[in-house]
Design a protein around this ligand. Structure first.
Ligand SMILES: Cc1cc2nc3c(=O)[nH]c(=O)nc-3n(C[C@H](O)[C@H](O)[C@H](O)COP(=O)(O)OP(=O)(O)OC[C@H]3O[C@@H](n4cnc5c(N)ncnc54)[C@H](O)[C@@H]3O)c2cc1C
Length: 307
């Protein structure tokens, strides 16, 4: 049943100021540059708008989906018959926290801006996050991490919307962060509205140098010139996915426009015109070959959106 007419009507009555796009290509909002149209995509400017949007979308049958920068997403070619709520365009405020060395950021703030904000105040701890191209909401959901750092080390608390229970502030412990997992990955209906990070006072120049060093390491080892969603697979216990894929001779393996990167075998890249079907088929081919040759099962880290 078409839910959009009722959604448009209720939105016009309750939230006339929110920007909403019709049939917005997901390829414009995912770093893979893949995905057909979302029936509706809304761009809230603050937490109140996000809460209301989610409620209206749910009520009308739009199965709301909240996304950040779309840097860990694979979206179906046929599009998504859902309300996509995109936080990164307008819900980005970052402020100093209420306690010393704390910083609070809205869900859509980019991790790069957050790390930069902290660095300018001589606050360390987020250097690892500076080169991760996601948002605060996506970063908390995925417990994003790199170069020995992860959100779990610096997250103090997050304000989370639960559809049935309302808005609650949860401690880092209650958010249950572990490797590429959190309460949010188990509860896809829950939404991070904002998060507070407890950082450490340090030297701004050294923090900046550390961020530049990590970015240089990224540029040297990752195929950042091609669209991708970063590491496609989770790190299997005791192994590195990229090393296993390389050892199986799969660098350069291609399905349609999707390819195992020659530079970093852990990245599947869009060489031009790749579809979701191409990437999915390549994921399956890599999984099958790696399992056959090493006995290790690779699990996707990238989140595959249900249309
Ligand atoms: C070039 C490149 C390099 C990368 N390097 C790294 C890396 O070093 N380390 C790493 O961990 N990841 C890395 N990634 C992956 C990605 O950037 C992270 O997973 C990031 O945390 C995703 O954030 P996002 O805002 O883009 O989330 P999205 O991709 O938009 O969403 C990811 C998931 O989070 C959910 N989500 C988003 N916002 C919210 C919210 N407000 N509330 C609840 N759920 C939400 C979505 O529904 C989805 O399930 C890389 C990606 C690319 C393209």
């Amino acid at each position: 049943m078409d839910w959009t007419a009722e959604f448009d009507k209720q939105l016009a009555g309750e939230l006339p100021d929110v920007t909403v796009a019709c049939d917005e290509p997901m390829s414009r909002h995912t770093s893979f540059r893949i995905g057909g149209p979302a029936r509706r995509m809304a761009f809230p400017k603050n937490g109140e708008q996000l809460v209301l949007l989610r409620a209206i979308g749910q009520r009308c049958g739009g199965r709301p989906l909240v996304i950040g920068n779309g840097t860990n997403l694979l979206s179906p070619d046929e599009g998504v018959d859902r309300l996509v709520i995109e936080t990164s365009a307008a819900f980005q405020e970052i402020t100093e926290g209420e306690t010393p060395a704390a910083v609070t950021a809205a869900a859509g703030a980019s991790l790069a801006r957050l790390a930069d904000f902290a660095c300018r105040r001589g606050l360390g701890g987020l250097e690892f996050a500076h080169g991760i191209p996601g948002t605060v909401g996506g970063g908390v959901c995925m417990n994003a991490g790199a170069y020995g750092g992860e959100m779990k080390q610096v997250l103090q608390s997050a304000v989370v919307l639960f559809p049935e229970e309302g808005v609650r502030t949860l401690s880092c412990d209650a958010l249950d962060l572990s490797y590429r997992h959190s309460l949010l990955t188990d509860r896809p209906d829950a939404v991070v509205l904002r998060a507070t990070f407890q950082l450490t006072v340090g030297d701004a120049t050294k923090i900046r140098e550390n961020m530049r060093d990590l970015m240089a390491r990224r540029k040297a080892s990752q195929p950042l010139e091609w669209p991708s969603a970063g590491s496609t697979f989770k790190r299997p216990t005791g192994h590195f996915a990229g090393t296993l894929i390389d050892q199986c001779g799969l660098k350069g393996l291609q399905v349609g426009g999707a390819q195992v990167s020659e530079k970093h075998a852990g990245f599947l890249i869009n060489r031009g015109g790749a579809t979701c079907a191409d990437v999915t088929a390549l994921i399956e081919a890599v999984q099958a070959r790696v399992f056959a040759q090493t006995g290790v099962r690779l699990e996707p880290e990238v989140r595959i959106i249900q249309g």
